[in-house]
Ligand binder design. Structure first.
Ligand SMILES: Nc1ncnc2c1ncn2[C@@H]1O[C@H](COP(=O)(O)OP(=O)(O)OP(=O)(O)O)[C@@H](O)[C@H]1O
Length: 308
């Protein structure tokens, strides 16, 4: 039985500098797998090569046993891709666009109607099928992007920073949908937000300066990392007492008028609970990120350990 995704000695160089170096990876099961790295770490480069959008300088990628360069058609038939900016056409209705996407994916013409309906059902956009894409909110546009990525029922769905640019409500909804998609497909999802990977993934691959520095289960990761801290930027910040009332929050420090560092007990659900409480109570959260310094520490710690 072939792996769903196998990568061997993958490296890519843009003009003179290497963006990724000697990436090796094998995935054999469904579920959401997180590719975590800070900006410029090499996530998009890796994903673009996997999806056949970019030709690697060195190394090989197989999707369900098919080499993405030597047998690209067969490899691509098993991949769905949601790039950072989904290729949506604003003048198309949702139905027209997905019908077009199904054609591109070479779904037989008599099966297109059924494939489009199923993809719309699964992503919760059936009620917007006649809406112009240009008139949809960011969250629904993202759903259309996910629908085109799963329309041909690929084994592997690659999502590059899928919650980027969404508001907190839309992020919660998008994450629910991604979890659902992960029940039937292998989803490789990139993010620079550790708390997001924590919430969504059972496995984590960390990439830093173009190299994999950690690859294991989330449980193994948790054994030596407890993030325990979120930086929140809010338009309508609550009192310290209100933040402390969220179950699991241990301390709160305002570092500016609208920015608070919220420490919690390290359990995965607390950060989601903080955001949900914020949405419910109108804090107007604009950003909720793991403390950047903490993330840098984690990368440093893991890089040092993986170099030992
Ligand atoms: N088209 C390009 N030409 C030259 N260098 C590039 C190009 N695209 C990316 N790079 C460089 O390659 C490295 C990896 O970039 P990549 O976009 O893959 O990282 P990333 O982890 O996806 O970051 P981000 O989250 O910011 O997109 C970076 O140093 C980046 O500057």
């Amino acid at each position: 039985m072939s792996s769903i995704l196998k990568i061997e000695n993958l490296s890519h160089r843009y003009s003179t500098s290497w963006a990724i170096r000697d990436i090796n990876l094998e995935i054999n099961h469904t579920g959401v797998i997180g590719l975590l790295g800070s900006n410029g770490a090499g996530k998009s480069t890796t994903m673009s090569i996997i999806c056949g959008v970019l030709n690697q300088t060195e190394g090989q990628v197989w999707i369900h046993g098919k080499d993405t360069r030597k047998d690209s058609e067969a490899a691509k038939s098993n991949i769905g891709f949601l790039p950072q900016t989904p290729p949506l056409y604003n003048d198309f209705t949702v139905m027209e666009y997905l019908t077009y996407a199904a054609g591109l994916r070479q779904i037989e013409s008599h099966r297109i109607g059924e494939a489009v309906s199923e993809a719309m059902e699964r992503t919760g956009i059936a009620h917007f099928q006649s809406r112009l894409i240009g008139n949809l909110s960011g969250g629904y546009r993202q759903r259309v992007g996910i629908a085109q990525a799963i329309i041909h029922k690929p084994k592997l769905v690659v999502m590059d920073e899928p919650t980027n640019g969404l508001d907190p409500n839309q992020i919660i909804e998008a994450r629910k949908l991604i979890k659902e998609i992960g029940k039937e497909h292998t989803v490789l999802l990139s993010s620079h937000i550790l708390s997001e990977i924590h919430l969504l993934c059972k496995e984590i691959i960390m990439i830093e300066q173009g190299r994999i520095v950690f690859s294991d289960t989330m449980d193994a990761f948790n054994n030596y990392i407890q993030p325990g801290s979120l930086l929140l930027r809010m338009e309508n910040p609550p009192s310290v007492a209100e933040l402390l009332s969220v179950a699991g929050v241990t301390s709160v420090e305002y570092i500016s008028e609208k920015q608070a560092r919220v420490n919690f007990d390290g359990s995965q659900e607390v950060s989601e609970r903080i955001i949900e409480t914020g949405v419910r109570n109108g804090w107007r959260i604009r950003e909720a990120n793991l403390d950047k310094n903490l993330l840098d520490d984690i990368f440093k710690q893991i890089s040092t350990q993986s170099a030992l």
